[in-house]
Design a binder for this molecule. Sequence first.
Ligand SMILES: O=P(O)(O)OC[C@H]1O[C@](O)(CO)[C@@H](O)[C@@H]1O
Length: 241
Amino acid sequence: MHILTFDSHQKLHESGAGIIIGMVQTNPRAVLGLATGGTPIGIYQEIVKSYQQGIVSFKDTTTFNLDEYVGLPENHQESYHNYMNTHLFDLIQLQRSQTHIPDGNAADLEAECQSYDKLLEQAGQIDLQLLGLGHNGHIGFNEPDHALTGCTHIVELREETRKANARYFDSIDEVPTHALTMGVGTILKAKMILLIVKGGDKAEIVQRALKGPITTDCPASLLQTHPHLVVLLDSEAGRLL
Ligand SMILES: O=P(O)(O)OC[C@H]1O[C@](O)(CO)[C@@H](O)[C@@H]1O
């Protein structure tokens, strides 16, 4: 595990973007696993800047997102489809055929999970999986539980996750109760994992995830078993390490 701590968000964003851009420059056909939430936005902004400067092209790249809310229309401000289009895809001219996000509005959600896994299998191994970290240790929407699921599945969101994400909605009542998420098995199969965490409110969970026991009570702790994990932290998030 490589842990890098940054005293400025700008440097953290540039470093994260640099790793992703370097991967695509070396392998233009790379398969990228992408994340949403507040954390990666600065990294996406740096990627867009490099794209606009002609430093990198994504024309042969494929992407798979970790998760999507159930029942939120795709064009809703807070859907992860809308998030990805707004913050990245439309700005680096990624065609819809190159990008994949689970469909949280599918009539048959179980079938949607299975077909997402089939697409992942057809694409081969994810070269780089970008991850944020939930306050309760979730990765993607894999919530703490007595057992975790390997493949894409429907998850009931924990109250604390809905509360944490209520900051993006008008009220907690608007936060969906369920989501579709890639499973930890798929996440751990990625060749490289890039975990990004910012803010002192996550210092404790960072400590548990990276230095605590490996337990399904803290899904991110399973990342300790990954052979190529890179963690980028701001100094606040890393203060208990
Ligand atoms: O970056 P944020 O907004 O704190 O979210 C952390 C994590 O929570 C999620 O948004 C899901 O709740 C993940 O997608 C993200 O990695």
